[in-house]
Design a protein around this ligand. Sequence first.
Ligand SMILES: NC(=O)c1ccc[n+]([C@@H]2O[C@H](COP(=O)([O-])OP(=O)(O)OC[C@H]3O[C@@H](n4cnc5c(N)ncnc54)[C@H](OP(=O)(O)O)[C@@H]3O)[C@@H](O)[C@H]2O)c1
Length: 252
Amino acid sequence: MTTTIALITGANKGIGFETARLLGARGATVLVGARDGEQGRRAESALAEHGVDARFVALDVTDQESVRRAAERVRAEFGHLDILVNNAGIARADGDWLASESTPETMREVYETNVFGVVAVTNAMLPLLRAAPAARIVNVSSEVGSIGSLTDPDNPMSGLPSSLPYPSSKTALNMVTVQYARELGDTPIKVNAANPGYCATDLNGHSGTRTAEQGAGVSVHLATLGEDGPSGRLWGHLAASDDPAAEGTLPW
Ligand SMILES: NC(=O)c1ccc[n+]([C@@H]2O[C@H](COP(=O)([O-])OP(=O)(O)OC[C@H]3O[C@@H](n4cnc5c(N)ncnc54)[C@H](OP(=O)(O)O)[C@@H]3O)[C@@H](O)[C@H]2O)c1
């Protein structure tokens, strides 16, 4: 039996680290993408202590040369990639997080990681994903990027402040997901966007109400979908449900 090879970007902490841990616990060899060598190696060691076959891979998703080198390393060592989790993400805002206070500079900074980084990594890894029997691509998005949820008065997300850079970057990521899913529709590759829900991580000063492990569970679900699973969906935690653990397909 061949081992599943999974690359998770931004896997040195938070939801990415937990995704690596959970996929590793299922027997995958996890490639721990991290832009900082020290943090990447620390995560690799911590995962090894959990019994995971983890390998640190230097990867800054905003640096094209770093992305190229990471893809070359995966090609040279494994020749294919079964799972790509585009997890790396940043949240920035100006002033009091209002749309009217947002600057193009902050928008560009956030899009570099959350949107352009995903495209760079996906395109670099695509030949390796195509070389796998049935690869899965998971783009870690957010319900704050769902136009449907934010414009639904019955959804608690509609009460959020009108922030621009981060939510709109996830909206763009949702369309990126749909377009890859459409292009790859006649291949065994499935491409989906994950909504981890509001998880306590460094991204939000640990104010989230869910655990990073719960958020990672969403990515793992989409990364391990069977042949009959969907492609081109936004799936995960449902803020509008009365059940705090509810998961399912979200509106775009
Ligand atoms: N937490 C939530 O409530 C929540 C909700 C919805 C969606 N999400 C999404 O979940 C994903 C993971 O976030 P998190 O909550 O786990 O946040 P986190 O703890 O801040 O982790 C973010 C990860 O992304 C990495 N990263 C940032 N820029 C990078 C770059 N240029 N290249 C490579 N890695 C980079 C970070 O690396 P460094 O340590 O080097 O900065 C870190 O490993 C993000 O896409 C986020 O938008 C989170």
